[in-house]
Design a protein around this ligand. Sequence first.
Ligand code: ADP
Ligand code: ZN
Ligand code: MG
Length: 525
Amino acid sequence: MRKLEEVLNDWEAVIGLEVHAELTTLETKMFCGCKLEFGAEPNTHTCPVCLGLPGALPVPNKAAIEGIVLAGLATNCDIEKHTTFYRKNYMYPDMAKNFQTTQGPVAFCMRGHLDLDVDGPAARERHGLDALEPGQAEGNITRTEDGYTAHVGITRIHMEEDAGKMVHVGGGEGRIAGATHSLVDYNRAGTPLIELVTEPDLRTPEEARLFMQKLRAIYLALGISDCSMEEGSLRCDGNVSLRRRGSAGLGVKTELKNMNSFKNLHDGLAYEICRQAEVLEEGGQIYQETRHWDPSAKRTIVMRVKETADDYRLFPEPDLAPYDLSDEFIEAVRAKLPELPDQKAKRFEAEFGLSAYDARHLTEHGSTARFFEGCMAEAAGDAAALAKPVANLVINDVTAYLNAHEGFALDGSPLTPERMVELVRLAEADSISSKQAKEVLLAVIEEGKAPKAIVEERGMEQVSDAGAIEAVVDEVLAANPDKVEQYKGGKTGLMGFFVGQCMKAMAGQGNPKVINELLAAKLDA
Ligand code: ADP
Ligand code: ZN
Ligand code: MG
């Protein structure tokens, strides 16, 4: 198969996402009073309503409707005041009612959008970017200084309920194939679930990933879901089709089910784009089907051919009256909207003089943003001067640590804003090098000590005194007259050798900047 970049030269990928989020922060289920709790003893949170026993009647959970309205307002949707619940009929043991309660053509939230900022190497996957000037728009994208902004339409967000959980026993890796029997746990049945559907406006796997990340950040800021892709409270299906560059129609799409990480979503779509291109280039045909991404085998396999809406025999739910939202309710929900990541990023730019890139990365996670603000409060009068170096360490090193250590949380960790600022002050004063700053950062987290104590303990104090360094530089040059000769004859690559010798002589504690300056002054004289 060809590589993604090559394929995207000839073909345009068209991608739309369907994102399910369980409203895990609620107390109770969607249509009954059963408690919501992940990981409870199986079948302990059930009742006649969520088990679909005859005669049991559902009552909508108002707090869940508040949650979906929050989601709609935060994603620029129109809130529909008059909507109806529908039955989506299907027979599978994970839903004892034999239908899922969902919404019909009109959902609580309609016609929204999110704007995605794409930059870095991934921006190059978007075709035709080079032809645009910053500020210039084409289709749904606008060129920016270092990438582009993509306007992604949101078709709708509707309210529905989750199904129970099947556990297949005796097969490989819990799969149904080869299983001897299956168990079902109805604790999850009836969990409030909101499904967001995008327009087919995404064009690259990276855009799909960024959309998911952005949506997750918004839901987390709203506090409506814990958005755990591993535990399945945030799930995503990726729909993708190809068309020849320059043509406008839509090709036949396939749907990748339940991508349970950002990486899987990205890699699954990238694979599927390349697979479809190969099929089409060989004169084959794409079938509308649901496929499963297998990350270890790095390929997608068919799960089933697509069922159509008719198969579900959707009709209005006779046990629930049409739902009317009052203006007062919508306004009361609007008043509860917290500062969203985009707004926070704009404020960080204005308040601390950060670049758009830094501000965006700092505000992607609430805890990181809070930590950064804590550091700025700690830095007080020096906030403007320390904003950039603090941001660098947070975006690169702290984030890397967080990614590598699942379960580590910044809130309440030994890395307090106070210690972070102490560390950055040491680095800014050249008492330690930037490389040492990274080492100290790790030590603060793992040993729970203050940066100054660690620097002292490890004898890290960097030597910046020009007099002391000059003596070493002179020694090194005197000891290597042949190399000095070669350098002056044009072999300037030897500079690295001289710096290395000086560093070695100073046991790694010389300030590299001062060493470089002094060497250059003497060698280039
Ligand atoms: P289905 O009826 O198969 O569920 P929908 O029209 O409901 O399809 O769309 C589901 C998702 O697929 C939406 O996100 C939509 O944007 C996307 N989509 C629809 N048609 C295409 C297509 N031809 N190529 C890629 N994505 C598509
Ligand atoms: Zn119940
Ligand atoms: Mg659909």
